[in-house]
Design a binder for this molecule. Structure first.
Ligand code: PLP
Length: 405
């Protein structure tokens, strides 16, 4: 069966390790010697209760999550969190500062690509009188003034003095930009520019880079979240790392103003019930747990950091060659590109189609860029192997030779 598989460069859902899939296949029939399959077993069974607790513990160990933070699992994907982070943090701000007029509760968004823009747009829908503002925007700093071709320069940030929320997306899956993992460089997230206050309401969307390298300043975040369907498992589960002061009584906050929060989006019921106030996505959680065990066994996020570094160097390398030959057009400024999603265009009439057709023939799948931006996107998530990376690099090189001739 494994031999029938092809190289999957999809942006999510994405490839999972074959060893995990085989183990999951067996658990579909019989989970943990219960005689019941994992898609059938009650989430209230002691076997699954212990499994979900161990899975949260694995996240804690791998990312060295401090005791100040809870690890939670929810549903509703990244999009669900666009709503949840705003609603929970506005509720927290209301409880902390009940006398402030609603319009003076401010949510600051760093807009560096289409996903942070989507989160900002959702916040404007749900703000209900609170102020939603853009604290930095990369678009005015691009060549055409409107595309997400890099990160906002540090000099352009303006954070509010006491915001209810500060939001950024660490890796922009569609635009292909990423904040650098090393602090102090111009392409890192500007932690040094944040307001000088304790317990900052800092939110990081880590959907498409979670578990690919350590998270800088993890403990300084109020919320980190990630949909599972890139580096972790099937779609249907969202992992959250939430600082305890953010886990508030949303009904008490609603009595002070604002709209009530749907219970499925409130963090507190999840924190008090091992992420199971209601039925969780049992099968995606199970598979994510297997992937986490594997990540830990291989050496954790430091292992994947090295692995991802090597893979992206090869792809950006061939992209540079293709640019020098006049064939390929990188879409992101050098040094600001994502390690997980590498995006570029191809010069010439019909060239992108020729590229994608040739890729298909070679069993290199899902290289088409997001429908909103077109072009090519090579996603190099954790389960994209060295061999697949070599194959796509060799193919890009061959294609450039052909087109340049
Ligand atoms: N944030 C990022 C960075 C994403 O890549 C995506 C989806 O690809 C989302 C949020 C939205 O996630 P979902 O499709 O799980 O709602």
């Amino acid at each position: 069966l494994a031999q029938t598989r092809v190289a999957n460069f999809g942006a999510g859902p994405s490839a999972l390790p074959e060893s995990v899939l085989l183990e999951a296949a067996s658990a579909l029939i019989n989970f943990n010697n219960t005689g019941i399959g994992i898609a059938e077993i009650s989430h209230r069974s002691k076997e699954f209760e212990s499994y979900i607790r161990n899975t949260a513990q694995l996240v804690r160990e791998i990312l060295e999550v401090p005791e100040t933070h809870e690890v939670l699992f929810m549903q509703g994907g990244g999009t669900g969190q666009f709503s949840a982070v705003l609603l929970n943090l506005l509720a927290r701000h209301r409880l902390l500062h009940p006398d402030i007029p609603e319009k003076d509760r401010v949510a600051d968004y760093v807009v560096s690509g289409s996903w942070s823009k989507a989160a900002y747009t959702e916040a404007t829908r749900l703000a209900n009188g609170a102020t939603v503002r853009i604290a930095a925007d990369s678009r005015p700093h691009s060549a055409d003034g409107k595309s997400f071709s890099g990160l906002p320069p540090h000099s352009s940030y303006s954070f509010s003095p006491d915001p209810a929320l500060i939001y950024y997306c660490e890796n922009e899956t569609v635009s292909g930009t990423q904040f650098a993992g090393v602090e102090g460089t111009p392409s890192s997230f500007p932690f040094h520019l944040l307001p000088d206050k304790p317990l900052l309401p800092l939110v990081g969307d880590y959907s498409s880079s979670f578990m690919s390298r350590p998270i800088p300043r993890l403990a300084d975040h109020a919320i980190i979240y990630a949909g599972a369907q890139k580096n972790l498992g099937p779609a249907g589960v969202t992992v959250l790392i939430v600082r305890k002061d953010v886990i508030v009584d949303v009904d008490a906050a609603a009595k002070l103003g604002g709209a009530p929060i749907p219970i499925s989006l409130a963090y507190k019921p999840f924190a008090t019930a091992d992420s199971m106030p209601n039925t969780p996505s049992v099968l995606p959680l199970y598979i994510s747990g297997l992937v986490l065990k594997r990540i830990k066994a291989l050496g954790g996020v430091r292992y994947y950091e090295q692995f991802s570094r090597r893979k992206q160097e090869r792809v950006y390398g061939v992209l540079k060659e293709g640019k020098e030959r006049g064939v390929l057009v990188p879409k992101v400024r050098e040094g600001e590109g994502s390690w997980m999603n590498i995006v570029f265009g191809i010069n010439g009439e019909g060239a992108e189609k020729r590229f994608l057709d040739g890729a298909e023939e070679r069993g290199l799948k899902f290289l088409k860029g997001h429908r909103s931006v077109g072009g090519i996107r090579v996603s190099l998530y954790n389960n994209v192997t060295d061999e697949w990376t070599d194959s796509v690099v060799a193919y890009i090189r061959e294609f450039v030779e052909q087109e340049a001739a």
